[in-house]
Design a protein around this ligand. Sequence first.
Ligand code: COA
Length: 344
Amino acid sequence: KKRNMKKSVIKGFGYYVPEKVVTNDDLAKLMSTNDEWITERTGIKQRHYRKNINDAEETTAYLGLQASKKAIESAGLTAKDIDYIVFATLSPDYYFPGCGVLLQEMLGCDTIGALDVRNQCSGFVYAMSVADAFIKVGQYKNILVVGAEIHSFGLDFTDRGRGVSVIFGDGAGAIVLSASEDDSVQGILATNMHSEGKYADELCTKFPGTKYGWSVRLKNEPDAIPDEEIYPHMNGNFVFKHAVTRFPETIHEALEKAGKKVEDLDLLIPHQANKRIAQYVQQQLGLPDEKVMVNIEKYGNTTAASIPIALSEAIEEGRMKRGDLVCLSAFGSGFTWGSVLFEY
Ligand code: COA
């Protein structure tokens, strides 16, 4: 007998970025870079950083909390209505436990499940696919899906790190994904997730990982740990080439699975990695400007937070309306990539 599947729909949304704005000119004071290079290669004009590099208050979970409060409120719910949390980040407050439990406590939720997702730039689409599956089988009703990052604490602001550091920013976004019996909206139609771990070293931060014996080395020879292991490493050209192939692939896969065509799409919200990647993907798919959400100029790449921030802005700006066919798509460290296609 066929199980009666529920529909999962986005009921609420919200985002939060720290107040402090850091322009390309500000970064040019710290390393040899300039506004022209950053704008031309990435489309980024500014990003937000938390006020202090070290701050026990304004953490990743805290940013996630601010976005979550807005998402829960916009869903017309309270924290007590949330029955599961999925938290995606590559920059957790602690090495362990993850941010999910910290958010559960901060929100004052019941002792609900809190799952952490470690899929970097694809983190939010991975998180959403898990939430969608739980809702479709009827396990949970209102799932809080969060993506949040503090990058500013761990970037190399010297010339060595300039190819990476100019790209990333802090921020958070969240949605409430809810079970729906409303016939007028279809909700999530298709998801697909992929990975190719042989490229793990092409975009990674090695510290503090078990492979590198970090705790012993930190204790015995702290100065001997090379910067390459502490700061994020990215083979930019290599990542770029894979991204522009995988994005169209995963988007087509989602559309095909749902029996839709590119022409049916009302809005594509790609992970905000680089404006040139988005433009390339747009061109490949033959989409007009108004059907591709790009806001990287304001926030840089906020990794797991970039899609829920862009999604929230798209709704606020009236670019994403109820009934629209929307595709969220991401590619990043892992490598990982995937898409979520839904009728909003
Ligand atoms: N300011 C000024 N010059 C810089 C710079 C900076 N911030 N960063 C690097 N450069 C220099 C390089 O040293 C290099 O100089 P050289 O030619 O004298 O050796 C030159 O600029 C070109 O560097 P390169 O790395 O080849 O540039 P690029 O065109 O590949 O652009 C990225 C670099 C990072 C913008 C680009 O590769 C990219 O966006 N990749 C994808 C990254 C991404 O999306 N990551 C997130 C994954 S989801």
